[in-house]
Design a protein around this ligand. Structure first.
Ligand code: HPA
Length: 269
């Protein structure tokens, strides 16, 4: 709690009276969302208690900006478990944003498509997840002031928000897919056998993030919505090999579509 307050104080000193109501986490290659947005940008490396590890394709800045009439705190890039950060560290920013006042969190990521009906460049609305990371960010002593010891997980991706997103996609003529996101730790991509198993388990897309953030967001009673940008076919579901460059390239191409959808959803919140 002390750490959260210290970080919040530092941020508040930089942004004066700006009170964010919506938090946004931008995944690989989705930085395009911030093009033409004005506001105050703070480097993660300048924020006390934020983890320090970063990754190619992520800017590593927190941008405070008004989007579609709503005050937003936008994380341009996230922290990953595979970088060596702890589960608690990668979800620390969510706790800070909660204390800053956000009521809604929009999570995005790049993911491999498992569902055979998905194409590269599709957007999948996450309707549920499978935590296959072998850990949980809520492990450890619980702070009852933040949330319950055993949080319910029956509506992690808020149904109301999901319905809004579907309506917005329709308005924008976007063919929005929907499904279950499964998270692995990475950093290696999956084997074909793993993808086959994940498919049988009910997963539609696979990635290396988002689930820890969604768990903590749900725990903090922040209304949460998540989108996966399908950047590639998961291993074994097509002939091609996976590369991070391909993920970033597709992210850039289809990122614009996801950006417009998120902006529309924000305007309707
Ligand atoms: N697997 C895991 N993570 C990913 C993938 C994938 O195929 N694509 C983008 N992130």
């Amino acid at each position: 709690m002390k750490k959260i307050e210290e970080t919040l104080k530092h941020l508040n000193d930089r942004i004066n009276d700006f009170k964010p109501e919506i938090g946004i986490i931008l995944g690989s290659g989705l930085g395009v969302f911030c093009d033409n947005l004005k506001g105050t940008s703070i480097k993660y490396s300048d924020i006390p208690n934020f983890p320090t590890a970063g990754i190619l394709g992520h800017k590593g800045e927190l941008l405070y900006s008004n989007v579609e009439g709503k005050n937003c705190a936008i994380m341009q890039g996230r922290f990953h478990y595979y970088e060596g950060n702890s589960m608690q560290d990668i979800t620390f920013p969510i706790k800070v944003l909660k204390m800053a006042g956000i009521k809604t969190l929009i999570i995005t990521n790049a993911a491999g498509g498992i569902n055979k009906n998905f194409n590269v460049g599709d957007i999948m609305l996450i309707n549920d997840h499978i935590n296959f990371m072998g850990s949980n960010p809520l492990i450890g002593k619980n702070n009852e002031a933040l949330g319950e010891r055993f949080p319910d997980m029956s509506n992690v991706y808020d149904l109301n928000l999901r319905n809004k997103a579907k309506k917005c996609a329709k308005d924008l003529n976007i063919n929005l897919k929907e499904g279950v996101y499964i998270a692995t730790t990475g950093p290696s991509y999956e084997t074909a056998a793993e993808i086959k198993a994940f498919s049988i388990m009910g997963a539609d897309a696979v990635g290396m993030s988002s689930v820890p953030e969604a768990i903590v967001s749900n725990y903090l009673k922040i209304k949460t919505i998540g989108f996966s940008l399908i950047t590639n076919h998961a291993t074994g579901t097509s002939d091609s090999k996976l590369s991070h460059d391909e993920v970033l390239e597709t992210g850039k191409k289809a990122g614009l579509k996801l950006s417009s959808l998120i902006k529309k959803v924000i305007s309707e919140i």
